[in-house]
Design a protein around this ligand. Structure first.
Ligand SMILES: Cc1cc2nc3c(=O)[nH]c(=O)nc-3n(C[C@H](O)[C@H](O)[C@H](O)COP(=O)(O)OP(=O)(O)OC[C@H]3O[C@@H](n4cnc5c(N)ncnc54)[C@H](O)[C@@H]3O)c2cc1C
Length: 398
């Protein structure tokens, strides 16, 4: 075991900070006020290699690995939480699912475009009937018609779907076969009629990096764009969510750190009753809890990344890491709110916004309840969380 600082990860964090200072901080205000999608920033993040860590050189990746993915997700979320979404759409759930499950031709066509930031990605699984049971809730259908599938239905909460060029989307090719009737598709929303995305108002979250309702009306997808075999959809989706838990956990740790940094700064500055509030024990106690919680959540994140980097089964570790990261981020947000008291609501401080991001992100890639079900059933011996072999067929063949 080696807990020493990793110079490669340190350099990667420095790159994230540089991109933040030169590309995000000076430009984000104009995008937030106009609501326009920040294509130029996503492109700059891609150019800096922030999306390519899980991919080899020949796909335009850096090959830095999953520990690097986690570090980038953490750092970008600490600095600018809205751009944490990009780590899922441009660096993990969308391109990695195509990389993992696509044919070599599909992977070569789509992955480099996504991780360079030249094209915008999305991952469209959730439907209005309930995100925690994506298989049971799915009503969207894909009917085969010659060399196309014709898709009809709707999705909800789909991040970047108002800007996406490329997406992984799930629909039922056999509506009578239940969860076994789901298939995955690579879609190009701008390529054919019948695709519409309507942004959801999620204030105080970002006004330019949005999630949307998606409506599909006789939207055609070529048969060549099916990902995996008919009926493989749920397996592909669950595998994608497991890798997504890496970026989401990293983002939650970054958010917890941002809340904690603000709490410490304010507790050192704010004077009440003749001393700075950081000297009051009741302010100190939750600070101690959050300090330890962030340490623990980061270590579990790193263990998950290590398992993924070493091709080991990681489902159990991913559920536990995501659950702990959610709990710690919520505790960090609550501590920030309590420490700032009324000023948590003031526009000049970011507490309200950070708290909203924490609340939103605990839901992504499986709610805390969903993780707890997985963790408890595994601990009780009802369902081994690590029962599935590592599923990355294309990675193995490279
Ligand atoms: C900002 C944002 C961005 C998103 N981006 C995407 C995206 O890009 N692509 C995508 O596909 N989805 C996306 N989602 C959707 C997200 O994955 C779902 O919101 C999530 O899966 C939960 O689904 P739900 O909101 O429908 O909650 P529900 O499934 O309706 O759950 C409601 C409550 O019931 C609990 N519950 C449900 N089932 C159980 C159970 N078996 N045991 C115990 N408790 C249970 C849940 O924990 C929760 O507390 C996004 C969501 C948000 C908020």
């Amino acid at each position: 075991m080696d807990f020493s600082e990793d110079p490669v990860l340190d350099a990667i964090r420095t790159t994230v900070q540089r991109v933040y200072e030169s590309e995000i901080a000076p430009n984000i205000g104009q995008y937030e006020s106009s609501g326009d999608f920040p294509y130029s920033i996503i492109r700059a993040m891609g150019d800096a290699g922030l999306f390519g860590a899980a991919f080899p050189d020949e796909f335009g990746g850096t090959g830095a690995g999953f520990a690097a993915v986690a570090a980038i997700a953490e750092e970008i979320s600490r600095l600018s939480p809205g751009f944490g979404y990009a780590m899922n759409m441009q660096a993990m759930t969308c391109p990695f699912t195509i990389f993992n499950w696509g044919t070599p031709e599909q992977a070569r066509k789509y992955v480099p475009e996504l991780i360079s930031g030249r094209k915008i990605g999305m991952f469209a699984l959730t439907e209005p009937g309930g995100g925690s049971d994506p298989g049971g809730a799915m009503r969207t259908t894909a009917r085969r018609d010659g060399e196309s599938y014709v898709l009809n239905g709707s999705k909800i909460w789909i991040t970047f779907s108002n800007a996406a060029d490329i997406g992984v989307l799930f629909a039922k090719t056999d509506p009578d076969a239940g969860k076994r009737g789901i298939s995955a598709f690579i879609v190009e929303p701008k390529s054919a009629p019948g695709y519409n995305a309507r942004p959801i108002d999620m204030r105080p979250l970002s006004n330019c990096l949005r999630s949307c309702e998606v409506f599909l009306e006789d939207f055609r997808v070529p048969v060549a764009n099916r990902l995996g075999a008919e009926g493989d959809g749920l397996k592909i989706a669950l595998n994608a969510l497991e890798y997504g838990r890496l970026t989401v956990s990293g983002r939650l740790v970054g958010l917890a750190q941002a809340c904690f940094d603000e709490t410490l700064r304010y507790a050192r500055e704010r004077e009440v009753g003749g001393q700075t509030i950081g000297h009051y024990q009741m302010i100190q106690h939750p600070i101690a809890d959050v300090a330890v919680g962030i340490d623990a959540a980061r270590l579990m994140l790193q263990r998950m990344a290590w398992l993924m980097d070493n091709g080991e089964r990681s489902t159990r570790a991913a559920a536990r890491a995501k659950y702990l990261a959610s709990e710690v981020a919520q505790k960090a947000a609550q501590t920030a709110r309590d420490t700032f008291a009324a000023y948590a609501l003031a526009e000049e401080y970011p507490i309200n916004k950070l708290t909203a991001y924490v609340n939103m992100l605990t839901v992504g890639e499986g709610t805390p309840n969903v993780q707890r079900v997985l963790i408890a059933e595994d601990a009780l011996g009802f369902k081994d969380a690590n029962r599935h072999p590592v599923m990355n067929p294309l990675r193995k063949s490279l």
